[in-house]
Design a protein around this ligand. Sequence first.
Ligand code: PBG
Ligand code: ZN
Length: 323
Amino acid sequence: MFARFRRKRINPVLRDLLQETHLSVNDFIYPLFAKSGTGIKKEIESMPGVFQMSIDEIVKECDTLKALGIKSIILFGIPDLKDSVGSDAMCEHGIMAQTVRAVKEAHPDMFVTTDLCFCEYTDHGHCGVMDPVLETVDNDITLDNLAKQAVVHAKAGVDMIAPSGMMDGMITAIRAGLDTAGFENIPIMSYSTKFSSAYYGPFRDVAESSPGKGDRKSYQMNPANRNEAILESVEDEKEGADILMVKPALAYLDIVRDVKNNTSLPLAVYNVSGEYSMLKMAARAGVIDYNAVMMETLMAFKRAGADIIITYHAKEAALLLQK
Ligand code: PBG
Ligand code: ZN
């Protein structure tokens, strides 16, 4: 006696009936990068199909997204001026606040999330205010600024806030800041388990956010650590995060499953720039069937336990899912 698994694989209808994991356009959040100016749409060499855009172009892009059924975006800002604390991020006339206002005014039905961090806004490129002695980000001063930044986004009309800086206590601080300002209904999607990863390389081109000196190893996680990865996410749940996240995604599917098994909160993955670019460049070299590899990859995130996928592939995948 042996099991005949193939009995259930012969008829394609039965195969569909038995499919355990499903991918939908509702799973996607699409990242967009805002810059000041008008009529600007500048493709990033290392990320074909990804652009820095002026606000008017982002507003137009939302029409394209909605036509594809994509109803959710995450915004990143590239300010004109950077300084030691990242003032533009805390200013109601800063690039992020302006972009959120413009998008929500033109597209009230678009669900707008903002990435909440300082690395795009500081002249040193680190994710907060520097401690000159330790030569790393000063955690607690940065917490106050994160809360200020969150309130600026909220006043501009954002739907959800996604803090990505891996500061300890960031969810407590941001939740308190939002609640005090009367924004208790704005959810927080925490980049709760974020590794210090070389897969962010191309993103730092598009977001102009490479640290000038040093790296992010004193705040982002060591890719070798599994127990700590779970603790990080569980802590953000305790602090009141509404949605957790594992980032990057592809090389960390074991962590996605571990976190999923340790929380009842919804879980997002960030299918990061390096993962996207690898597929693009492999396709360019003619060595993979791009669409098939992309869909297999996105499905794997769902199977591993992701409820939400933040991905630069969202438009291409949405088109394939319509067929
Ligand atoms: C900012 C931030 C980063 C990413 C999202 N938010 C970069 C970093 O931490 O250096 C990475 C996204 C990607 O690689 O696509 N804190
Ligand atoms: Zn950052």
